[in-house]
Design a protein around this ligand. Structure first.
Ligand code: BGC
Ligand code: CA
Length: 344
């Protein structure tokens, strides 16, 4: 056994030596620095658009090493170590677990490596614990408030949606990943906004669908079996889950004839836009994947080259070293804005 292990070691060593030998290939390594990127999992609809935007903006500018962390923080930690050992100049990290920022920061500190977190926001304390880290994302609360406004406006325009005529919205809510700042803020602010604007609400169900269509469909199946037509509104923390709920509703005969159920989401991904055009989805909130990907790449590229983080960009940092790309309410009236964002 020992022999096999040492043989393997020799092999590995020679492979890495050969690797080193080839490394001198590019004279302009500085011009296109190596940057390590992790995505918390590749099969997240929204993140696939962010990933695409990062790649597109990196063309001829950086050599990206992409990692699918497969929703496993331990795996991501190993990927970070691996990338550091491969000589990346900076890291762009989409955490699996937003609470794990400290672990990544300690590895980065040790290697003197700048880090740009994106999409899953670390705590204020973690952000403050390391000068060479930044965040690119959104103001999570804003998406909740905008979604609440969409719910309020649509409800006002459709008195017939109050099926039991009690003046309250009986709703079910599909929550994203618990502990994710976007999921927490959207859950809190969407219905709070509706109430603040003067409509009473009653929560029939609230559970996590983990941002995922299939899980959301299963939940919606169960809720429809339990509450049927007493449900008056379906509120989803993202479009993937709104789409899952819609397929459950369609299987129960909704959206044909006069059987309707209002559903709202967040992200405004292309599949959701189609549903808005078909008159099925009430609206969504544009989560600007194109600009979040662009900002992530621009910041990480700057620090990889040892330049000031905002050098040559249009972005601004807030007091927590965060670039926050604005959300936009999307309905049929202004759907083109979202189409343009996702067509890039
Ligand atoms: C998006 C979700 C996505 C999540 C991943 C959120 O900002 O709205 O669709 O699943 O980020 O972290
Ligand atoms: Ca009602």
């Amino acid at each position: 056994m020992k022999k096999v292990v040492s043989l393997l070691l020799v092999l590995l060593l020679s492979v890495s030596l050969i690797g080193c030998g080839n490394k001198n290939k590019s004279a302009d390594a500085e011009a296109t620095p190596k940057v390590g990127v992790t995505i918390y999992k590749y099969d997240d609809n929204f993140m696939s658009f962010v990933r695409r935007a990062i790649s597109k903006n990196a063309e001829d500018k950086a050599e990206l090493i992409f990692n699918n962390s497969q929703n496993d923080q331990a795996k991501q930690n190993e990927q970070v170590e691996m990338m550091i050992s491969k000589g990346v100049k900076a890291l762009a990290i989409n955490l699996v677990d937003p609470q794990a920022a400290a672990t990544i920061i300690s590895k980065a500190k040790e290697a003197d490596m700048p880090v740009v977190f994106f999409n899953k926001e670390p705590s204020v304390e973690d952000m403050a614990s390391y000068a060479d880290c930044w965040y690119v994302g959104t103001n999570s609360a804003e998406s909740g408030v905008i979604q609440g406004e969409l719910i309020f406006d649509s409800w006002k325009a459709h008195p017939e949606w109050d099926k039991n005529g009690d003046g309250k919205i009986q709703y079910v809510l599909l929550k994203g990943e618990p502990g994710h700042p976007d999921a927490e803020a959207r859950t809190k602010y969407s219905m709070e906004t509706v109430v603040d604007k003067g409509i009473q609400v009653e929560e029939l169900e609230l559970q996590t669908g983990m941002w995922d269509s299939v899980k959301a469909k299963e939940l919606m199946d169960a809720w429809l079996a339990k509450h049927g037509d007493s449900i008056e509104y379906v509120v989803a923390n993202n479009d993937a889950m709104a789409l899952g709920a819609i397929s459950s509703l369609q299987a129960e005969g909704y959206f044909s004839g006069d059987k309707f159920m209002p559903v709202v989401g967040v992200d405004a991904i292309p599949d959701a836009l189609t549903k808005i055009e078909d008159g099925i989805l009430v609206g969504s909130v544009l989560n600007d994947a194109a600009n979040q990907g662009k900002a992530t790449l621009e910041l990480v590229l700057n620090v990889a080259k040892g330049e000031a983080v905002l050098e040559g960009t249009e972005w601004k940092l807030d007091e927590n070293k965060a670039v926050r790309v604005p959300y936009v309410p999307i309905t049929l009236d202004n759907i083109q804005i979202a189409k343009d964002c996702y067509s890039e």
